[in-house]
Design a binder for this molecule. Structure first.
Ligand SMILES: CC(C)(COP(=O)(O)OP(=O)(O)OC[C@H]1O[C@@H](n2cnc3c(N)ncnc32)[C@H](O)[C@@H]1OP(=O)(O)O)[C@@H](O)C(=O)NCCC(=O)NCCS
Length: 267
């Protein structure tokens, strides 16, 4: 039996997640548990929690993240049971396509459930300059973000854009946007979307000026413009996950997705 992931589980989850080297924070868990509680689940063994999963419904698509089973409880079917619980919640809510990024440990499990690999997502790391001063008010047009983001992912992802763009600075061009999100240990670039390749370089320069020293971002391998730009700026790849989906084939256009909104957990 699975039960609801609630706020009392967050601290123990974050400790395990950090031990896996994941970038995640309490704000993100609060957001997920409030936005789609029926898809955020834990597995108990008596009083002990031995597995966690979260999911988020966008519009026609959903995203599963944070699948984590305690090391001593692995290979006993708990990961599969949690996945089935989250999938059930998303499909019940009317989602047609379910996305996730898979670690090497997760890929086989997801394939067994019918997930199909569509791309890789590379974790790039590099340095910012932190030279720009930013005004405290950061106005931007939310419709631009929605339009550009949906042209890359083939779906509206309003709640995800609202929470991530509210966490830092948003840089906008005519047909592109980039959010700079500050974490305690560095700066994440993303979500970052663009319809015109030519706007990527000036936008990236502004973002680097707004970022602290340590900068990281998750970028689809299918976006070759982003890879070239990052390489030119001294960034390098530190890891890679597989981007997978289940259900209706999404209208995914990686050339319009320069960086994901979250570090694997929400899209
Ligand atoms: C990935 C993870 C969630 C799997 O949980 P689990 O409870 O062990 O999964 P299951 O027992 O349901 O495994 C189902 C199948 O997935 C595959 N699988 C699971 N763990 C695997 C591993 N480490 N390597 C290769 N295949 C694996 C196997 O095919 C397995 O079937 P089998 O045991 O009959 O061979 C768990 O290893 C974990 O928490 N890892 C660290 C965090 C992580 O990488 N999460 C996934 C993020 S995308």
């Amino acid at each position: 039996m699975l039960s609801q992931f609630n706020s009392s589980h967050i601290e123990a989850f974050l400790q395990l997640a950090r031990a896996e080297g994941w970038v995640c924070g309490k704000w993100e868990m609060d957001f997920l548990l409030q936005t789609f509680p029926q898809g955020c689940l834990v597995k108990r063994d008596g009083n002990e929690v031995v597995g966690y999963i979260t999911s988020l419904r966008h519009h026609k698509s959903g995203w599963i993240g944070n699948l984590l089973v305690t090391p001593q409880a692995r290979r006993g079917g708990i990961g599969t049971e949690l996945m089935q619980g989250a999938l059930h919640a998303l499909l019940d809510a009317g989602v047609e396509t379910v996305w996730l990024t898979a670690s090497a440990k997760g890929v086989e499990l997801y394939k067994k459930l019918g997930f199909i690999a569509v791309d890789s997502v590379n974790r790039w790391v590099g340095e910012g300059s932190g030279s720009a001063r930013w005004a405290t008010s950061n106005w931007y047009d939310p419709d631009l973000l929605r339009r550009v983001d949906s042209s890359g992912w083939g779906d509206r992802r309003d709640a995800l854009l609202t929470i991530t763009s509210g966490r830092g600075q948003v840089i906008c061009g005519n047909h592109s946007f980039l959010c700079v999100q500050h974490w305690p240990h560095g700066t994440q670039l993303g979500p970052w979307g663009g319809l015109l390749e030519g706007q990527a370089a000036p936008m990236f320069e502004l973002a680097l000026a707004a970022a602290g020293r340590s900068v990281f971002l998750d970028v689809p391998a299918g976006n070759v413009t982003a890879a070239a730009l990052l390489t030119r700026n001294g960034f390098s790849i530190r890891g890679s996950n597989t981007l997978m989906y289940l259900g209706v084939r999404p209208k995914y256009a990686p050339q319009k997705v320069f960086a994901l909104a979250s570090m694997g957990s929400m899209g």
